[in-house]
Design a protein around this ligand. Structure first.
Ligand code: SF4
Length: 157
């Protein structure tokens, strides 16, 4: 049981909550796997969850080459002072930005003011992201957009 998660969801009440799709067991990760969180899955039937995968929403396939930020964290990508590159060196910055914008649009359409995101991701990471294919401090691209919109975020490992 994750008491902090329970408390966050109690605070959200009947409000919709955006959630990284992989945390619910959906196979959205770059390697075609999921990252199911048992506590999150247990809440799936009782909370108004909106599963989102910013990388898929940005037009990237699954599975897909692993990507990482280059030149800074997700907030730097928003100001065009950092990029996102796949492990083959392809620039996928526009895909990451597009996915983050779609998530922001979903927040607006649904009125969601809460999100639960998977840490250490170049998209969803909140306290940690991935820069130069290493775990690093800072948000991913989608998390940076949601933070800028003052969405309240709970982070799961
Ligand atoms: S982009 Fe986010 S939702 Fe999609 S697989 Fe990565 S961590 Fe999960």
């Amino acid at each position: 049981m994750n008491q902090a998660l329970d408390d966050f969801l109690t605070k959200a009440g009947d409000s919709p909550v955006l959630v990284s799709a992989c945390l619910l067991g959906l196979a959205t990760r770059y390697d075609g796997d999921s990252k199911a969180d048992a506590d999150m899955v247990a809440h799936a039937a009782s909370v108004r969850l909106i599963p989102v995968c910013p990388e898929q929403l940005g037009g990237l396939s699954t599975p897909r080459p692993k990507s990482s930020l280059s030149g800074g964290d997700g907030s730097k990508v928003l100001t065009a002072s950092a990029k996102v590159k796949s492990e083959s060196g392809k620039d996928v910055t526009e895909n990451f930005l597009r996915g983050a914008r779609v998530v922001a649009a979903l927040a607006k359409i649904t009125g969601a003011r809460f999100a639960i995101l998977k840490d250490k991701s170049p998209s969803c990471g909140v306290t940690k992201t991935n820069i130069d294919f290493q775990t690093a401090d800072g948000p991913g691209v989608a998390a940076a957009v949601l933070k800028s919109l003052k969405i309240e975020i709970f982070v799961l490992p």
